[in-house]
Design a protein around this ligand. Structure first.
Ligand SMILES: [Fe+2]
Length: 408
C-alpha cells in the first residue's frame, strides 16, 4: 500500500524519494510540485530556501481517502431540444468535421518508452501514479461540478493538468498502468472520464501523435460524456435493460454534451465533435446520426474504443467488470463493425493482448501482473511477478523461455 510519510527531516531524505505534497517557500511560491522525484540538486535547492522537513510518499501506510463522489441529483437541470436546435447542432458538427484538419497518424510510437528495471524506479512510478491520480480526480471533479453548476470552468488549470498528465504518460506508460491498476474512484462519471483519457492517450502515443495533439485528444476524452450531467443519474448508473424511452434519454447525452461545449470558447477544436460522435459506429449502426467510417472524426473513433474498454473493465451497480483479457477479446471481435480496425490495432499494440493490469499465469508456474505492452509483440508484455521477493519487471520479449499460459 502507498501513503504519506509526514515531516521527514530533509537530512534523512534520499534522492529518489517522492514528494506527496507540493513544497512552497515563505512567500507562497511553489518550489516543487507533488509527485516530484527528489534529486541531490533539488534537495540543495529546498535547503537553500529554508525547507527543513518534507511530506513524502510512503509504501508502509494506507493512502488517503478519495474525495466523496459527486451528488449529481443536486445539479440536475433537465433540458429538451426542439427539432430546429437538433438540426442546427448536427449541422454545426458536420461543418466542423468537414473543415477540421484531422491529426496526422504516423502509425508508430513518437518515442520508445523506457521501462523501469529496478525496484526503486518502479516504486517511484507508483508514487507518481498515486500523486497523478489524486490530482486527476481533483481537477476532473472540480471541472465537472463547475459544468454541472453552470459555473465557469478554469480551462487554464485544466489544460495545465492535461499537459502534465500527457507528458507523464508519453514518457512513462508504467505510470498510466499503475493508475489503471489503482482502485477505481467511486464516482462513475469522473472515473470513466479518467480511464477513457488514459486509454485514449495510450492509443494516441501508439499512433505517433505529437504532444499538442495528445493534449487535445486527452481533453476530448475527459469531457466526452459531459452531457451525462443533464441525464437523470438513475439511468446512466444502470444503462442496460432499460425501456426504450429511457434508453433514448441516455442517448441524448451526446446532444447535451455538444450543446454544453458549444457554449465554451476555450475548448480544443475536436472536443465538441467527440462529445457528439463518440457513440457512432464504424459500420454506421451507432447514434446520433448513424455516421460511418471516416465520416466519424478520428478522435471520436479513438475515444469510442477507449470508452468501451474502460466501461467494460470497471464495476457497475448491475454488473461485474470483465477481466481486461476478456474485454480485449470482446472489443477485438467488433473490429470493422463497431470500431475502426486501424484504431483497434493501435489499441492492441498500446495495451497488449493481455492488457496492462491483467493477472497472468506464466509457464514457470508463477502469477504476474502485466505492467506494460510491448508494441512489437502484443502477446509478450512486460510483467511483474507477484509474491516474489524481488521487485523486478520482466520483459517477456527478451525472455523467450517464459510464455504466458493464460489470463489468471
Ligand atoms: Fe457516452
Amino acid at each position: 500500500m502507498l501513503g504519506i510519510r509526514n515531516n521527514v527531516p530533509i537530512d534523512s531524505v534520499e534522492p529518489g524519494d517522492v514528494l506527496s505534497e507540493p513544497v512552497f517557500d515563505s512567500s507562497g511560491n511553489i518550489l516543487l510540485p507533488a509527485g516530484a522525484v527528489l534529486t541531490q540538486r533539488r534537495l540543495h535547492h529546498l535547503r537553500s530556501n529554508g525547507i527543513t522537513a518534507l511530506r513524502l510518499a510512503d509504501p508502509e501506510h494506507p493512502i488517503e481517502r478519495d474525495p466523496a463522489p459527486i451528488d449529481w441529483h443536486r445539479f440536475l437541470r433537465l433540458r429538451s431540444f426542439t427539432e430546429t436546435e437538433i438540426r442546427n447542432l448536427s449541422s454545426r458538427i458536420d461543418e466542423k468535421v468537414r473543415v477540421g484538419e484531422e491529426p496526422v497518424v504516423r502509425n508508430h510510437r513518437s518515442r520508445i518508452p523506457t521501462l523501469p528495471r529496478d525496484e526503486k524506479t518502479l516504486r517511484r512510478c507508483w508514487y507518481q501514479a498515486v500523486s497523478l491520480r489524486r490530482k486527476a480526480i481533483e481537477v476532473c471533479r472540480d471541472a465537472f461540478v463547475r459544468f454541472a453548476g453552470g459555473n465557469q470552468v478554469d480551462f487554464c488549470s485544466l489544460r495545465d493538468f492535461i499537459s502534465n498528465f500527457v507528458s507523464t504518460g508519453a514518457e512513462n506508460p508504467i505510470v498510466f498502468t499503475a493508475m489503471l491498476v489503482l482502485r477505481s474512484y467511486d464516482d462513475q462519471l469522473v472515473d470513466q472520464a479518467l480511464r477513457t483519457a488514459l486509454y485514449s492517450v495510450l492509443i494516441g502515443c501508439e499512433l505517433g501523435y505529437d504532444e499538442k495533439t495528445l493534449c487535445d485528444l486527452c481533453e476530448a476524452a475527459l469531457l466526452h460524456d459531459i452531457g451525462m450531467i443533464r441525464v437523470r443519474p438513475r439511468l446512466w448508473r444502470r444503462a442496460e435493460h432499460l425501456p426504450l424511452n429511457e434508453r433514448l434519454e441516455i442517448q441524448k447525452h451526446v446532444l447535451h454534451g455538444a450543446d454544453i461545449l458549444s457554449q465554451i470558447s476555450e475548448t480544443a477544436f475536436w472536443t465538441e465533435v467527440v462529445a457528439y460522435q463518440h457513440h457512432e459506429h464504424w459500420n454506421g449502426e451507432g447514434y446520433p446520426r448513424g455516421k460511418r467510417g471516416h465520416g466519424i472524426a478520428v478522435f471520436a473513433r479513438i475515444v469510442a474504443v477507449a470508452d468501451y474498454f474502460a466501461g467494460r473493465t470497471s464495476p457497475r451497480p448491475h454488473r461485474k467488470p470483465l477481466r481486461p483479457y476478456e474485454a480485449m477479446r470482446k472489443i477485438l471481435s467488433e473490429s470493422g463493425q463497431r470500431f475502426d480496425p486501424t484504431i483497434l490495432s493501435a489499441f492492441l499494440r498500446a495495451v497488449g493482448l493481455y492488457p496492462i493490469g491483467s493477472d497472468v499465469i506464466l509457464s514457470d508456474g508463477s502469477t504476474a501482473v502485466v505492467l506494460a505492452a510491448d508494441s512489437r509483440l502484443p502477446y509478450r508484455p512486460v510483467v511483474l511477478r507477484k509474491n516474489s521477493e524481488t521487485i523486478a519487471p520482466i520483459s517477456l520479449a527478451e525472455v523467450p523461455d517464459i510464455v504466458i499460459l493464460r489470463a489468471a
